[in-house]
Design a binder for this molecule. Structure first.
Ligand code: UPG
Length: 429
């Protein structure tokens, strides 16, 4: 890998974005590096440090270090913009000091792997003169075809094609279109700055798996950066995720009592969890009317959307938890289908556990991911609402399509398995 000092025993620093869906794949990457003989050091802001290190499995294998983030110490988790401010103002200097300390006089650090969303760390790596491959997701691209204004608002609606043979997207699916016009503008600025910073990188490690030609299309001849697909690093063993929240393990005992493939697992991820009280209520009533067994991840604040006495009424059929051990739940034979927001980690985990998907994207990249699940891979069905008819029809389509199972299985063998080998070869060069 060029002039990177990749000798066994070198330290590799990993800087994840501080959200559940970003820490999880970074930990998997760190474990893969450890297996290859490197010494991974993960650096996180202090507000997630304790929860991550205390739930890391196996414990103590990966060195974790915290940096001061300047965020308020109350029980309200910081939002996207508070984290952005901390990453742009408070954290870079602390990170730089820590990197120098880890690197020491003999230059022990081979490279810093930076999450695309934590791009201020790319600048730190440059200042410290340490190579930094970027660790990105599937959707790192702002289409440059004048479909949006300078501030990111769609101006000409219509389909967008990022790459040949990939699903068509709509201008409304673009990942920064979340919230109020001011929030969208600020998110567009964030993405533009992120991509500008990553433009001169030499390598991008993409948390995705092999697909026909995607790899070649992204590594456009002669152009930097080089893209390596490193998804599904845990192909031989399913790795337990470290958790920012406490997992409700009674979910598994409850599932043990259910019939095979009878339960719908419902989760809208960690970050954009709220689907809104009206939708919570509508989905709750539909599940009750259908008599559908379900296990639903719903934080206490959102339970207000549930109709009065709901939990008691459905207690024989349904279970509501604040946070589930998702990988174990998805592996359970009682789970037949996953109603998901199409967060990227949830998508990869469902494929790995061979579960069919009922998709309801809420925000950001989830619309793009949904297009892949439904149109390209054909392992799920999209529902636009939670009325009984929508849920019932969606569920029926998913469960009646026997080909879907075959496709889930072949995705693992054709995509994820092959890709694990690619990762091991590339990184060990
Ligand atoms: O009860 C739960 C619910 C989720 N998870 C885990 O939390 C992670 C959730 O990640 P993801 O599915 O990617 O969703 P978000 O946390 O919402 O992730 C944010 O970050 C992702 C990566 O950028 C984006 O794809 C999403 O759209 C964005 O919402 C997964 O590993 C799950 O296994 C649990 O362990 N228990």
């Amino acid at each position: 890998m060029g002039n990177m000092k990749l000798v066994k025993g070198s330290k590799i620093i990993l800087v994840p974005y501080p959200a559940q869906g970003h820490v999880n794949p970074m930990v998997k990457l760190a474990l893969a590096l450890l297996k290859l003989g490197f010494e991974p050091v993960m650096i996180t802001p202090e507000f997630i440090y304790h929860s991550i290190t205390s739930s890391m499995d196996p414990k103590g294998k990966i060195m974790c270090m915290a940096i001061t983030d300047g965020l308020k110490k109350d029980n309200v988790p910081p939002d996207f913009f508070a984290i952005e401010k901390a990453m742009e103002t408070n954290m870079p200097n602390h990170l730089e000091t820590l990197v120098h300390k880890i690197d020491g006089e003999d230059g022990a650090v081979a490279c810093i792997i930076v999450d695309l969303l934590a791009s201020s760390a790319i600048e730190v790596a440059r200042r410290c003169r340490i190579p930094s491959p970027d660790f990105g997701l599937h959707d790192y691209h702002i289409p440059d075809d004048r479909r949006h204004t300078r501030h990111g608002s769609p101006q000409r609606p219509g389909p967008i094609c990022f790459l040949p043979n990939q699903p068509l997207l709509s201008t409304d699916d673009l990942p920064w279109l979340i919230g109020t016009p001011a929030a969208r503008k600020a998110r567009f600025k964030f993405w533009t700055r992120t991509l500008n910073r990553s433009r001169n990188l030499r390598w991008i490690l993409m948390n995705s798996f092999s697909e026909e030609n995607l790899y070649d299309q992204l590594s456009i001849t002669g152009n930097k950066p080089l893209v390596f697909l490193v998804g599904a690093l845990s192909r031989h063993a399913i790795i337990k995720n470290p958790s920012i929240w406490k997992e409700d393990m009674s979910s598994l005992q409850w599932l043990d009592k259910q019939k095979p493939k009878s339960v719908v697992y419902i989760s809208f991820g960690s970050w954009v969890r709220p689907i809104g009280e009206a939708k919570v209520r509508c989905l709750a009533l539909s599940l009750e009317a259908m008599g559908q067994p379900f296990i639903w991840v719903l934080g206490p604040a959102w339970r207000e959307g549930l109709p009065g006495g709901y939990l008691e009424r459905v207690s024989k059929k349904g279970k509501v938890v604040s946070w589930a051990p998702q990988m174990e739940v998805l592996q359970h034979q009682a789970v037949g289908c996953y109603l998901t927001h199409c967060g990227w980690n949830s998508t990869m985990e469902a494929i790995q556990c061979q579960k069919r998907l009922l998709c309801h994207p809420v925000a950001g990249d989830q619309f793009v991911n949904c297009a892949y699940i439904v149109e390209k891979w054909k392992i799920g069905v999209k529902i636009n609402g939670f009325a009984q008819k929508d849920v019932e029809e969606g569920l029926q389509k998913v469960m009646d399509d026997n080909e879907m199972n075959r496709r889930c299985v072949s995705m693992i063998w054709d995509g994820m398995e092959v890709n694990g080998e690619v990762m091991e070869c590339k990184i060990a060069v």
